[in-house]
Design a protein around this ligand. Structure first.
Ligand code: GLN
Length: 493
């Protein structure tokens, strides 16, 4: 049974259905593995008891004839989703010992689908970061090289999937936090169109950008997870009012004119010139180009497109996201949730000390930037200008999609960097978000899939961006690629 952790979601679903393994056996195996790999720092909370109870319940449901593909499959959640039975910290000291009275919709839906939650995964504080080094509870190590970061902010999710601690995990992506850690760890992740997954119970960072999505081994596994996680939720005012989607069925739907050898026949893949700048890492460029050549072999046509405001997406995002964060994080005041300073004078002093003690440096920096760009006199100069550019960035994508069906490029300019390498310069990390921010600002779906290895034998991801609600097409494209390649099956030893 030692190979159990090597199986992905779809495979496990089949093994459970065939009674080759029970969810209880699987859960026991993974709990032991999580324990033995604790130095990676992936989990902030492991719920052994709850997981075993859920696994036994799933086994009973299977025995009674139920057969949904996720029934009994273990997962774990980024610690930014609130959970009734487990603590939720958002990677912040200010929420240490916080326990939510309800489950996030995404968590509740995955539970209803029969998944077994093993625990909560480390992340950057309030999902602000690109290396998981902003967590108040310690950094996460990249399973491919423990001296390197797993990416962020869903670093615990990505590392746990890469290290085979869990077949799939939830993540959130505000400016790249599913795609970039997937790229850095050789896992597959998808951020759906804004509004596809409910934000109810997802601790807010930048509400107009935040989206949930799965990280797993393959596009197929992501499709199964996303089908269960997504769908209209009346408790989220920005939730898209659409009928439930079966992304797995959409992924399998053959294209018109496709053959077994050329499943992507007729698919036009747009390559934005701006996604291949001179300073793109040569190793990343080589892996991405090789993946594109593979997609061509599968029948796709590569066309040149342009996203002329790609560079501007960095200042635009780093104005809008902090602006929304400064507003969202005002609720953490020592009264309603989590930590309160022990020693304080009057009410104002209590607020100040609580926030000074509870928030980390990056969160404080963003609250200050956000407060500044929203303040009288600067609102028009920064925030309003950024909003106008955001609209233009979204329009640029629509022009691209007149000439192509899917956009492809790198996820990040380099492979995972070393812990501590970025020192005290937050701007270095901000600049590395250049290829993920545009789709976030436009609200478009994007995914990262393993495309090979770069320097130091670190994984490189290929990014695919689709038009609104084209998740099925992205997953179809990624699945075709993964049927022809085995990068997604490689695991760190
Ligand atoms: N790296 C980006 C940031 O620090 C994106 C984070 C995210 O997507 N949550 O804001």
């Amino acid at each position: 049974m030692s190979g159990l952790h090597e199986k992905g979601v779809a495979e496990l679903g089949r093994a459970l259905a065939a009674r080759e393994v029970s969810s209880a056996e699987l859960t026991t195996h993974l709990l032991a593995r999580i324990d033995s790999q604790a130095p990676l720092g992936c989990f902030l909370h492991v719920d052994g008891e709850g997981a075993m109870a859920a696994a036994q319940a799933a086994d009973a449901r299977r025995a009674a004839g139920e057969a949904s593909p996720l029934l009994g499959v273990p997962v774990a959640h980024k610690d930014i989703f609130v959970t009734r039975g487990m603590p939720t910290t958002a990677g912040s000291k200010i929420l240490a010992r916080y326990q939510s009275p309800f489950d996030a919709t995404v968590v509740a839906r995955l539970e209803a689908a029969g998944t077994v939650s093993l625990g909560k995964l480390n992340c950057d504080e309030f999902a602000m970061g690109s290396g998981n080094e902003n967590s108040a509870f310690g950094a996460v190590k990249n399973p491919w090289d423990a001296t390197r970061v797993p990416g962020g902010s869903s670093g615990g999710s990505a590392a746990a999937v890469a290290a085979r601690l869990v077949p799939a995990a939830t993540g959130t992506d505000t400016g790249g936090s599913i795609r970039q850690p997937a790229s850095f760890t050789g896992t597959t992740g998808i951020k759906p169109t804004y509004g596809v997954c409910s934000r109810y119970g997802m601790i807010a960072f930048a509400s107009s950008l935040d989206q949930a999505g799965p990280l797993a081994r393959s596009a197929e596994d992501c499709a199964l997870l996303l089908s269960a996680m997504s769908g209209f939720d009346e408790r989220d005012a920005t939730s898209a009012e659409r009928p439930p989607q079966d992304f797995h069925a959409q992924m399998l739907l053959p294209r018109a004119g496709a053959t077994a050898a050329r499943p992507l026949q007729g698919l036009r893949i747009g390559l934005p010139t701006e996604f291949f700048p001179d300073n793109l890492g040569a190793d990343v460029n080589a892996a991405v180009r090789a993946a594109l050549a593979e997609l061509e072999k599968l029948g796709a046509t590569l066309v040149d497109v342009s996203l002329p405001r790609t560079e501007l997406s960095i200042p635009v995002y780093y104005i809008i996201a902090p602006a929304e964060a400064s507003s969202n994080l005002s609720r953490f005041d020592g009264v309603k949730f989590g930590h309160r300073a022990q020693q304080h004078g009057d009410l104002l002093d209590m607020y100040k000390r609580t926030r000074a003690e509870g928030f980390g440096a990056e969160v404080k920096r963003r609250i200050m930037i956000g407060t500044y760009v929203l303040s009288h006199g600067y609102y028009d100069a920064y925030y309003l200008q950024a909003q106008k550019l955001r609209r233009m960035i979204a329009d640029d994508f629509q022009r691209c999609f007149q000439g192509c069906d899917v956009i492809a490029g790198p996820v990040a300019p380099s492979v995972a960097w070393k812990h501590g390498e970025q020192g005290d310069d937050p701007v270095k990390a901000y600049l590395a978000d250049i290829f993920t921010l545009p789709a976030s600002l436009a609200g478009l779906p994007g995914m990262s899939l393993p495309a090979g290895f770069g320097e130091h034998h670190m994984p490189v991801g290929l990014q695919l961006i689709g038009n609104y609600f084209a998740e099925g097409q992205l997953l179809h494209t990624a699945h075709a690629f993964q049927q022809a390649t085995d990068w997604h099956r490689r695991s760190p030893t």
